[in-house]
Design a protein around this ligand. Structure first.
Ligand code: ADP
Ligand code: ASP
Ligand code: MG
Length: 472
């Protein structure tokens, strides 16, 4: 099989883990599979780079130096813990030093300008992934497996110039990636590719958005007609609920692309929200597996999961740290374009609206936003629309969105009744409700203090602890 294997930052944050995963890659390679590796940065590094760009703006050269030293020592420890052969070890150390020197020079240059543009930030962010791939490649060589490391740019991922959220220009990318990877596979080499990054038509480094390595993996997979994409991580797969809320939550064995997108839209933090786009129209399935628990087969996400797995409800998701904004005013009634004005004003300030509901009388609209966006949202509404389009803005700062997700809900009567009778039995007040017309999800808002109770009661009502037995 031709397998694209992506390893998340948590799977590669120590020398010991890297030894483990290079052995794992070797075992699949020895069985005759073609493997293409895609790697995130060491866990935490991307966040650190984001922090360091803040030090640039404060001209804090000491913090920048500390960052470089700390990053160096993290990677040197990983090298020492994962590569035995002296030559390979020295080569890896050398690459890390060259990259860090380059990064330090850039940072100091930016201090002079006291400015970090989006373009510069993407360039900086790329160092996270670029520091790790050579280490992985030399670790594979250390085990006698021929390997080459490449950046997203080198492998041919061409994107638009939307720094921080770039999208691949897929037709050219396909030709380029195939051109670079096919010969390597023919020579029995394992390409080790940086996740998260590409380059635009002018050769500027771009990033695909946080968690972008998942996206890189699926992009590469469609380019080279891979048989499967495996996302290796440190959890067993997609779950019926967050284990911190429902201890007995189970791993979902099969999920459809549509359901997985729904799960990611509702903030299940497991994957880049656009990661499934490239494979949606293909037969390439995605597996999510725990690199440290191979006995668990994980979750398989595919276009057409088996019929028996398409049961009613798959997962109960809770999104915390959200706030509800209610805008109202008699002037909104029968005034076309009110909603558009509101959403447009918020979109201009990059406020993402997670849920919307309008009363049939049209006199009020309720919206759920992330708490981080609340300040901006309120200020924007006050400044641009208050007393013009709307009269009142009310806020409930402490709510949670609960989403019930599963494709089997489509066209089945009584799901909503079951959901709401189950939460009302627990005395939970439902503040707002929305169901998409796809009927893949039913979402509602409760007070944050009721969140865990609501998730548990629904998990129980839909007997999700038995979900895997049902598939048998
Ligand atoms: P990174 O984001 O660092 O590249 P991963 O994407 O592999 O690494 O995962 C990071 C973290 O995201 C995991 O440690 C875990 O806490 C969470 N996570 C990943 N997949 C899932 C999942 N299927 N269900 C719940 N949490 C997940
Ligand atoms: N390192 C990047 C991030 O932290 C990309 C990824 O992990 O997939 O978002
Ligand atoms: Mg991730």
């Amino acid at each position: 099989m031709r397998l694209v294997m992506k390893f998340g930052g948590t799977a590669v944050d120590s020398g010991k883990k890297i030894v483990h995963i290079t052995n794992l890659i070797k075992s699949y390679h020895d069985k005759g599979n073609e493997i293409i590796g895609v790697f995130s940065a060491v866990s935490g590094i991307t966040d650190e780079i984001l922090n360091v760009s803040g030090y640039v703006l404060k001209r804090d050269k000491k913090k920048i130096k500390d960052f470089i030293n700390k990053t160096r020592s993290i990677h040197v420890d990983i090298i020492n813990g994962s590569i035995k052969n002296k030559t390979y070890k020295n080569k890896a150390l050398q690459v890390v030093d060259v990259l860090l020197k380059e990064m330090e020079n850039i940072l100091n240059g930016l201090v002079l300008l006291t400015e970090v543009t989006e373009k510069a930030l993407d360039h900086l962010l790329s160092f996270g992934e670029r520091l790790l791939t050579p280490i992985i490649s030399y670790s594979l060589l250390d085990k006698g497996i021929d390997s080459v490391y490449l950046t997203g740019q080198e492998v041919g991922i061409l994107t638009d110039s939307k720094f921080g959220q770039a999208r691949p220009l897929i037709d050219t990318t396909k030709i380029r990636v195939k051109y670079h990877i096919d010969p390597l596979l023919k020579e029995n080499k394992i390409p080790v590719i940086t996740g998260f990054i590409g380059a635009d038509q002018n050769g500027n480094i771009t990033t695909l958005g946080r968690s972008g390595s998942d996206y890189t993996a699926t992009i590469i997979a469609v380019c080279i007609d891979a048989d499967e994409v495996w996302l290796w991580t440190d959890v067993n797969g997609l779950m019926t609920a967050d284990r911190r809320i429902v201890k007995e939550a189970k791993v979902l064995k099969e999920v459809s692309f549509a359901e997985a997108i729904e799960l990611s839209l509702f903030g299940a933090k497991y994957m880049h929200p656009r990661a499934l786009e490239p494979v949606m129209d293909t037969k390439i399935p995605i597996r999510i597996r725990n690199a440290f628990n191979l006995s668990n087969e994980g979750t398989i996400i595919s276009k057409n999961p088996t019929k028996s797995s398409q049961k009613i409800v798959k997962a109960i998701i809770a999104i915390r740290n959200t706030a509800l904004i209610d805008v109202s005013g008699g002037g909104m009634v029968g005034a076309p374009g009110t909603a558009a004005k509101i959403f447009d004003a918020l979109a201009r300030q990059s406020v993402n609206i997670m849920m919307i509901s309008q009363s049939p009388s049209e006199s009020s609209i309720s919206m759920v936003v992330k708490k981080d966006d609340l300040d901006t949202a309120i200020t924007t509404l006050d400044l641009t629309l208050l007393d013009k389009v709307i009269k009142n803005v009310r806020v409930n700062e402490d709510v949670a969105v609960i989403a019930v997700v599963g494709s089997g809900m489509r066209g089945i009567k009584g799901i909503a009744a079951k959901v709401f009778s189950s939460v009302s039995k627990k005395n939970i007040n439902v503040i707002m409700i929305a169901q998409g017309s796809s009927e893949l999800n039913l979402a509602f808002v409760v007070n944050n203090s009721d969140c865990e109770k609501a998730v548990r009661s629904l998990h129980e009502a839909f007997i999700l602890t038995k979900i895997n037995q049902d598939f048998a």
